[in-house]
Design a binder for this molecule. Sequence first.
Ligand code: HPA
Length: 248
Amino acid sequence: MEHISLAVIGGTGVYKLAQLDDVSSHQVDTRYGTPSGPIRVGTLLGRRVAFLARHGEGHSLPPHKINYRANLAALQQIGATRVLALNTVGGITEHFGPRVLACPDQLIDYTWGRISTLSEEPGSEVLHVDFGHPYTPLLRAKVLAAARVTGVRLHDGGCYGATQGPRLETNAEIARMRRDGCDLVGMTGMPEASLARELGLDYACLAIVANWAAGCGDGDEITMAEVLANVDAASAGLPELVGELARG
Ligand code: HPA
């Protein structure tokens, strides 16, 4: 098994990592089934980096149909121990407008009906992992340091609220999430983060704000075109940041 410095899971609008050289493609099977697509392993600024598109390469999987267990287990099987999750999100509170990049430090889970533990199979050990700090503090610190070194503006902290989707939220749902303390809203943050913890993977989230969440902006309809354009614009510095993170 080769050493993978960093695995990156791409979200909506991020289906590949620019500047990944010498790429090989891996179809990996796991005891939990097959991941969302092939894992691309390549070299980025001299380090081996793995990339997986969370929704599949043609964005064919809605958030509740993603096999989060297989995705993470597959990355672990090919040799990754650290995962940077890129998550496209809506912004709720004032610092999290469109095109902001954020490294959240907290999480509230509003999803339901997803397989959210490795302990699902009969006879498997029941795991009660500590999840007070849902993102690995040391990896978060390294993500923030990589952003500083590469000159990428990255907001330190924030609470990610994970919703079920695939529809966007109502204004009232977002108002409740704001009262709960959420700054960001996305559909794929859970159970990915807690499964990573169960698997013993270091895991941090880099959230890309694509739009104001429902009721937080000017009241205009949220469109996929707006989401994708903002993700594209906000992602320009990501390859350098990821390369720097893979080095450290
Ligand atoms: N809500 C949930 N998920 C999202 C949003 C949103 O407004 N924007 C991008 N992903």
